[in-house]
Design a protein around this ligand. Structure first.
Ligand code: DX5
Ligand code: ZN
Length: 221
């Protein structure tokens, strides 16, 4: 099993008052910065409005992976792509016209991601495979950092890996990823890992990113 591994740290648990400095701590060792956008409607928490998010996207020294946990995803996803995100992920549960929204993200030059919450099966979204650059399988209920990894999502990860087949689609997991949980997620087929509290609560966030990557690579190869 040889697979390219990506670590995309979430800044949700970083110090929001010092975001540039927080991002700088991990930029050199990370693939992308994972930006959790929450609207207090789709999830019971609020992080950034579009203007604040755009400022982060434009000042980030590395690419941004926007995870839109918002109810009006059809409307805002193309704006995040246009603002310069490397990747924009929408939730299947929030989008009205999945195909049109995925196409509009790509049209603005970003990778298009499709996410599912723990209670949403992946099967009905297999038909969008040709429009997707990344599937995101949530391993916690979206809304907050620091929750317990749901190992029972690994069956869904395996199923998504088989849907992907040999297409160059990334398979991301988000929620509770740490040195304790990353191995089973790799073994189930994930290749792109969000880690929030594991990274930003570590004494040395960059060293934690490196350790997570090394461990994941050791399982993937
Ligand atoms: C949760 C967010 C996650 C969160 C992960 O809704 O989508 O990206 O920041 O945080 P940890 O790694 O602490 O579970
Ligand atoms: Zn996220």
């Amino acid at each position: 099993m040889s697979r390219e591994i990506r670590i995309t740290p979430s800044i949700l648990n970083a110090d929001f008052g010092n975001l540039n400095a927080e991002i700088a701590k991990i930029a050199d060792v990370s693939d992308l910065i994972h930006l959790d956008v929450m609207d207090n409607i789709f999830v019971p928490n609020f992080t950034f409005d579009f203007e604040s998010a755009r400022a982060i996207i434009q000042s980030s020294p590395i690419g941004v992976d926007a995870h839109l946990m918002v109810a009006n995803a059809d409307e805002v996803a193309p704006q995040y792509a246009e603002a310069g995100c490397s990747s924009v992920t929408v939730h299947a549960e929030a989008v009205t016209n999945i195909a049109a929204t995925l196409r509009s993200i790509r049209k603005q030059g970003s990778r298009a991601g499709l996410a599912v919450k723990p209670n949403t099966a992946i099967d009905s979204y297999a038909e969008f495979t040709d429009l997707v650059d990344m599937f995101l399988i949530m391993t916690v209920e979206p809304g907050f950092g620091g929750q317990k990894f749901m190992a029972d999502m690994m069956e869904k990860v395996r199923k998504t890996r088989s849907i992907i087949g040999d297409r160059p689609i990334w398979l991301q997991v988000d929620g509770g990823i740490s040195l304790e949980t990353i191995e089973i997620a790799v073994a189930a087929g994930a290749d792109t890992f969000v880690a929030g509290s594991a990274v930003f609560k570590a004494q040395d966030p960059a060293a934690m990113v490196v350790s997570l990557r090394e461990l994941a690579i050791s399982v993937a190869n």
